[in-house]
Design a protein around this ligand. Structure first.
Ligand code: HEC
Length: 168
């Protein structure tokens, strides 16, 4: 656990640095990220992922990461989840938990997402993923939703483990 916390702290430090490096430029929000920053953050081992999973609040601690990864396959055409990953049709999702919607650097969001005032957590994400257009009418995320509740639990657990979420 101690090692995991250190790894995560290092990850955050790396992200912080790369974000600083980028903020000097005046790159336009619509520029496709043709040269994504290399993923400098250390990969979590399978054991570290299982430790992080077990530390999630119920029901996410029972999430099936393999199924979550399978469900995420439908998101992959539009989203990257690695640190510094490209914005594609949708924004890079690394570090999304605990930040406000519409704040992934360099991505041009719809007005409704930019105007949202909550922070992304499992509860909001569950509603968003069930039906983005019902949850936030006007979003440009053209995705019908993940209808199965257990698939959403597994997907959210997978996203928490893969996007640098830190347990409290
Ligand atoms: C067809 C492309 C597409 C697919 C498929 C898709 N998304 Fe998106 N996603 C988008 C777009 C576009 C946005 C930006 C929405 C806006 O600005 O209105 C977005 C936004 C998001 C956000 C908000 C991010 C932020 O920074 O606030 C999350 C979270 C998200 N998507 C998760 C997912 C997940 C998980 C899946 C798979 C179940 C998925 N998306 C499937 C295109 C897609």
């Amino acid at each position: 656990m101690r090692h995991l916390a250190l790894t995560l702290a290092a990850t955050v430090a790396v992200i912080g640095l790369s974000a600083c490096g980028k903020s000097g430029g005046t790159e336009s929000a619509s520029t496709p990220a043709s040269a994504p920053t290399p993923a400098a953050a250390p990969e979590l081992s399978d054991a570290e992922k299982q430790t992080l999973l077990a530390a999630l609040p119920a029901p996410y601690n029972t999430g099936d990461l393999a199924n979550g990864k399978k469900v995420f396959a439908v998101c992959k055409s539009c989203h990257t989840i690695v640190p510094g990953g490209a914005n594609m049709t949708g924004p890079n999702l690394y570090g999304m938990f605990g930040r406000k919607p519409g704040t992934s650097e360099g991505y041009k969001y719809s007005e409704v997402v930019k105007a949202a005032t909550f922070t992304w957590d499992a509860e909001h994400l569950d509603k968003w993923l069930a039906s983005p257009k019902t949850f936030m009418p006007g979003t440009k995320m053209s995705f019908v939703g993940v209808k199965d509740a257990k698939d959403r639990i597994d997907l959210i657990a997978y996203l928490k483990v893969e996007t640098g979420y830190k347990p409290q």
